[in-house]
Design a protein around this ligand. Structure first.
Ligand code: LMR
Length: 397
């Protein structure tokens, strides 16, 4: 039966990690997969995480199953991180959260819930978006459509086209937004723009969804969810897929969450029972370790402070690298204006490099960038900056 299968293409992002690993050049630079790197191009375990793990190792009593929706302490901490400790939504029991094995699983559960429980047919995603969005939603049976988002000429949001498209989306469709640090462009709506988008959602009555994978990597953990909070406080229904891969550095523990908001506690309860049937049919219940680590840190004020400080260090390093990248490109003699890169949010930058230029950088210089031209700024260091910028300037010449 298997002989009729053709080989699937390599994943546009994770596939590059394999090629990079096999590349024997000593000066190779990895700016592809969205993983935070420190000044030594390492991705160390955060100190706050190590402390939580030490505690858990000593105190864990059992490896019995978690509930279908995961740890209650993790789920409440997730809601508080997104909506704030005093959120009325939480007090009114309008919010339900299910711990999930990573942001991708949260998206997948969201997708199946939409497709099989409330019969949503179309989901709209930004052009461009994280390539796996299409895979996840299509595999769950939804038809994926695109709204315009990015203006490649000005390296900015194409807000007129964006809202024109949102105004054309019919009631009953679902529309996915990036809560912050848009992947791949690094360009987010301003709070005023979020308000305009929200007004369209209210008028057109399509269902907004948020992918929140980089909370804390834009401006700060509070600042990065202002758009999400605006929607959550104004709409009867919302779904949010969040990830703790990046902001806790828990990539391989697979820890994320799906959060559902409904118009009242009773509807939330019923809808969430359906979410749980989707989870049961997929992975039954989530793994415990990553969720326990996050819950322990977020519920311990001292450790939470330490985590916020560690997250701030990561965010500020990326920000410094953005500025140094723009400056070094200039010093190396680029004729193009790259100043837009310093204004973008999060780990990524949409460089404007063409696929051909990306391939030349990979083949001739050992510099790995996603084919779309997306650069992971977190992979830049003081040591590799000069070589990186020199190579880019050569390729652009
Ligand atoms: C990325 O966009 O590079 C990350 O989210 C990793 C992934 O799974 O693609």
């Amino acid at each position: 039966m298997f002989e009729s299968l053709v080989k699937a293409p390599a994943d546009p992002i994770l596939g590059l990690a394999d090629i990079f690993r096999a590349d024997e050049r000593i000066n190779k630079i990895n700016l592809s997969v969205g993983i935070y790197k420190d000044e030594n191009t390492l991705t160390p375990v955060l100190n706050s995480v190590k402390k939580a793990e030490t505690y858990l190792l000593k105190n864990e009593q059992s490896k019995t199953y978690l509930p279908i929706d995961g740890l209650a302490t993790f789920n409440l901490a997730t809601q508080q991180l997104i909506f704030g400790n005093d959120s009325q939504l939480i007090q009114e029991n309008r919010v339900k959260t299910a711990q999930a094995p990573g942001g991708t699983a949260a998206l997948r559960i969201m997708a199946e819930f939409l497709a099989s429980k409330i019969k949503v047919k179309h989901i709209w995603v930004s052009n461009p978006t994280w390539p796996n969005h299409r895979n996840v939603f299509q595999t769950a049976g939804l038809k994926v459509k695109e709204y315009r988002y990015y203006d490649p000429k000005n390296h900015d949001i194409n807000f007129d086209a964006f809202i024109a498209d949102l105004n054309r989306i019919p009631q009953g469709d679902a529309v996915l937004f990036h809560g912050c640090c848009h992947n791949p462009t690094g360009i987010d709506p301003t709070l005023e723009q979020w308000q305009i988008i929200l007004d369209i959602a209210i008028k057109k009555r399509w269902l907004p969804l948020f992918d929140l994978a980089y909370q804390g990597f834009g401006q700060g953990i509070e600042e990065d969810v202002l758009g999400v909070r605006l929607f959550a406080n104004s709409l009867p229904e919302l779904l949010i897929a969040s990830s703790y891969s990046k902001n806790f550095g828990l990539y391989n523990e697979r820890v994320g969450a799906l959060t559902l908001i409904a118009e009242n506690a009773e509807v939330a309860d019923k809808a969430f029972s359906q979410v749980k049937t989707v989870i049961r049919a997929n992975y039954s219940n989530p793994p415990s370790h990553g969720g326990n680590v996050v819950a322990y840190i977020l519920n311990n004020p001292e450790l939470k402070e330490e985590w916020i400080t560690e997250l701030t260090v990561m965010r500020q390093r990326i920000h410094r690298m953005r500025q140094l990248f723009v400056k070094t490109l200039q010093e190396k003699g680029t004729k193009q204006d790259f100043s837009f890169i310093a204004k973008q949010n999060g780990m990524f930058s949409f460089s404007g490099l063409t696929e051909q230029q990306v391939l030349t950088l990979r083949n001739d210089y050992g510099i790995y960038i996603v084919n779309s031209g997306r650069i992971n700024v977190a992979g830049m260091t003081l040591d590799n900056m000069s070589l990186l910028c020199e190579s880019i300037v050569n390729v652009l010449a």
